[in-house]
Design a protein around this ligand. Structure first.
Ligand SMILES: [Zn+2]
Length: 346
């Protein structure tokens, strides 16, 4: 059971962040935009699709002559950084895609493939960007490219099936986009240490991905991201937490991706999703600590809770997204899951 001191400590941390009362403004945009996702983690059900993806070997290395002259320097710099950090075996998607990449600067207001400053379209292997935003977005888009792979076409009519980092999508729907954007933002900051102005939702998702990585570990996250293996990550997490909770976490992140802007940040639906995400992270962290018999588990979970408040505090909400009671509940759930998992493996 939990030590009373730890509960007191966590309560103290949570109440430190209690300042102004929640002020609700209803943003109509939130209602207009449909939010529909298809549970797609078991994409393996699609006939003939192989999960984890079999990554073909089209190219072994970067041939700089294949890159449009204007972008060679940037691509080289990106690869030099990546090769220092990421094991070569995880870079097959990078080599496959980079030698056939097309860069398309856009000088008009609206891009064809992205409404933001830049975008990567894996189905056509094109990076499109607003010309003036090139240096701000290029590494982020190259990370998407380096983690994207097609999977074998289940039938000739479905051309949209692909995997990119932690997002899976096909004609049937998609899952993981929010978590994938968050992790891409996090890697961009970590590898290329940019001080950039991300859209609010991306910034929040970046914080969530950073916390998530601190539980799972950098090496495994790197492996699953660059080999576009969401299923691999899912299976690893299933050692600590039930699959439905993982699915809920991913769809919550997709919700933040769709609605994480403006007045929505204080909308009750948004706050509920944030609570759900944070509870998930605490439960996962504590379950893993219990399963691995970590003797420091109570101190470590208190540190983790503290880290949450430092990573995902956003100016619009000056009160905790999650209260002490909910934190306690998430920890107890983690302990319960750990017991269940242990008894299953006996
Ligand atoms: Zn992106």
């Amino acid at each position: 059971m939990l030590d009373y001191d730890i509960i007191a400590l966590i309560t103290a941390i949570a109440t430190t962040f209690l300042t102004i009362p929640l002020y609700i403004v209803y943003d109509k945009k939130m209602k207009k935009k449909p939010f529909r996702l298809v549970k797609h983690l078991d994409i393996g059900q699609v006939t003939d699709v192989i999960i984890p993806p079999t990554i073909s070997k089209k190219y072994d290395e970067l041939n700089i002559k294949n890159i449009q002259l204007l972008y060679r320097k940037q691509v080289k710099k990106f690869l030099e950084t990546l090769e220092k950090i990421v094991p070569k075996e995880y870079l097959q998607n990078f080599y496959n895609n980079i030698n056939e990449i097309k860069f398309k600067p856009s000088f008009v207001k609206h891009l064809t493939i992205a409404s933001a400053a830049g975008g990567y379209a894996p189905e056509i292997n094109v990076i499109e960007f607003k010309a003036e935003e090139f240096f701000r977005v290029i590494n982020h888009e190259l990370l998407h490219m380096a983690s994207a792979t097609h999977f074998p076409q289940p039938n000739p009519d479905s051309e949209q099936n692909y995997l990119s980092g932690f997002v899976q999508f096909s004609d049937m729907g998609e899952i993981g986009r929010g978590f994938n954007e968050g992790y891409t933002v996090h890697l961009d900051h970590k590898y290329f240490s940019h001080q950039k102005h991300e859209p609010k939702g991306y910034k929040i998702l970046g914080g969530i991905a950073k916390l998530f990585e601190s539980i799972v570990g950098e090496q495994d996250m790197m492996k699953f991201y660059f080999t576009a293996n969401l299923n691999g990550l899912y299976n690893l997490l299933c050692n600590y937490i039930p699959g439905n909770n993982i699915y809920q976490f991913l769809t919550d992140c997709d919700f933040i991706y769709s609605y994480g802007y403006g007045q929505n940040l204080i909308h009750p639906d948004f706050v509920a999703r944030m609570k759900s995400i944070i509870s998930f992270l605490i439960t996962l962290a504590y379950s893993k600590l219990c399963i691995t018999n970590d003797s420091e588990k109570e101190n470590k979970i208190a540190t983790f809770v503290n880290m949450i408040f430092n990573s995902i505090s956003y100016d619009e909400i000056k009160q905790p997204i999650i209260n002490a009671e909910e934190i306690k509940e998430a920890i107890i759930t983690g302990e319960m899951f750990a017991e269940q998992m242990k008894s299953q493996t006996l």
